[in-house]
Design a protein around this ligand. Structure first.
Ligand SMILES: Cc1cc2nc3c(=O)[nH]c(=O)nc-3n(C[C@H](O)[C@H](O)[C@H](O)COP(=O)(O)OP(=O)(O)OC[C@H]3O[C@@H](n4cnc5c(N)ncnc54)[C@H](O)[C@@H]3O)c2cc1C
Length: 385
């Protein structure tokens, strides 16, 4: 299609995609020129935010032009508006963002292509985007942020720590299996998703299991520097992983990915009318299966639960200290990659399947299960980034 015939929204989308990082940089520069104080609301390093911004813009321009699916778009933008409250974004800022976006579109299109028709179409799209986000933020029922104090922290290995906190005031809680947007005091305005490893309770107690990823800013700081008394801030809760009481379940966890599944199992043990659940808990080395004792105890008192541990190596390397031998708990221990071992273990067709772990583990496990005949619609996991 030649350019004049190409619909305006497709042209706008192509324009952004053509040099997305520059487009995003310019929009933020225009925004911070309109109101310099806004710069303080965002993290020092804007790279991740810019990428997220152009991803959203691309999705919006594509979805508005589509003949259907507008309900999903509105819900997507509404969630985005609720999420942005954690940065301290308020209603007036959306008008400034609208102005910044329109100025940059006008600049990037240039006088020849920025026709009245283009201005009208792009203007309506940006008005919808900022308007839905603003409206959802204004009408959100839950607080933008809440806080909890660290009351205990201990290291499992040099890469992993458990952090326990108690909420400092009223809080919206979360459903077992959900994850929370989290900010630690050492990294102001930098948010990471963390999955509580226990269900919410009336005392506002929280527990997180954190693995320091290589080069990771927040995770490494938590494992090395977090201390009793630190105040953590939480914003929105997300995620739809749940255990269907009507169906048998298959849960497959890799490493710290166990947390949301652990919360679901504890919740099920407390309140559920349980169907059978088989949990495969995988790690690279036996000493990394630090939760196996807890899981075996849970299985011992809840006959609906079966736990199989899976390790890639039979022995721990010399540098892995502090871990315990999983065989002492009497659990079934198998060898290989957790997804492969689980997929081959039985016929899982008809089961509700929940996956949680590092992105490659989730990806490959889903592939293996599908190859083994499991319906893709039965497989659920959180977003992997
Ligand atoms: C839904 C969800 C729930 C999560 N729950 C937990 C949890 O309960 N416990 C927990 O420890 N983490 C959890 N995470 C991961 C967490 O949100 C961070 O992404 C992770 O801790 C890295 O943040 P960072 O600031 O340390 O690394 P960054 O500074 O953001 O990244 C530094 C480097 O590490 C790489 N990196 C980022 N994430 C990973 C990863 N997962 N594995 C390997 N390399 C990575 C980046 O590509 C980059 O090169 C969860 C993530 C999601 C999406």
């Amino acid at each position: 299609m030649s350019q004049p015939e190409q619909p305006a929204l497709s042209q706008a989308r192509a324009l952004v995609a053509g040099n997305s990082d520059r487009f995003a940089s310019n929009v933020f520069a225009r925004l911070f020129t309109l109101k310099p104080e806004l710069r303080e609301l965002f993290p020092a390093e804007l790279g991740g935010l810019r990428q997220g911004f152009v991803d959203v813009l691309d999705h919006v321009l594509e979805a508005i032009a589509a003949p259907d699916g507008h309900g999903e778009l509105v819900e997507f933008l509404a969630q985005l508006g609720r999420d942005h409250r954690k940065y301290g974004v308020v209603s007036d800022h959306y008008w400034l963002m609208y102005d910044a976006l329109m100025s940059e579109f006008q600049f990037a299109f240039g006088p020849r292509r920025w026709t009245p028709e283009m201005e009208e179409t792009v203007g309506q799209a940006m008005l919808l985007t900022t308007g839905v986000m603003r409206g959802a933020a204004e009408s959100a029922a839950e607080p933008a942020q809440w806080q909890a104090r660290v009351v205990q922290k201990f290291s499992i290995t040099r890469e992993r720590a458990v952090v326990r906190l108690v909420a400092t005031g009223p809080n919206p809680g979360y459903a077992a299996g959900q994850y929370l947007e989290t900010q630690i005091p050492q990294w102001p305005r930098t948010w990471r998703n963390l999955s509580p490893a226990i269900p919410a309770n009336a005392n506002g107690e929280l527990e997180f299991h954190v693995r320091a990823v290589p080069g990771g800013r927040v995770s490494r700081t938590i494992v090395s520097d977090t201390a009793v008394g630190d105040i953590w801030t939480f914003a929105q809760r997300h995620g739809t992983m749940h255990l269907d009481p009507q169906r048998p379940g298959l849960l497959i966890a890799g490493g710290s990915g166990l947390s949301p599944l652990r919360a679901l199992l504890i919740d099920r043990a407390q309140y559920g009318e349980p169907g059978p659940v088989h949990l495969f808990y995988g790690a690279v080395h036996p000493g990394e299966l630090y939760e196996l004792g807890v899981l075996q105890q849970l299985a011992a008192t809840n006959p609906w639960l079966k736990v199989t541990a899976v390790v890639e190596n039979a022995e721990d390397p010399w540098w892995l200290t502090g871990g315990s031998d999983p065989r002492q708990w009497g659990a079934e221990v198998l060898y290989g990659r957790v997804g492969e071992v689980a997929a081959q273990y039985a016929d899982w067709r008809g089961r509700q399947v929940l996956l949680s772990g590092p992105p490659p583990m989730v990806f490959h496990t889903a592939l293996r299960l599908r190859a083994a005949g499991v319906n893709p619609d039965d497989i659920q996991h959180d977003p992997t980034s």
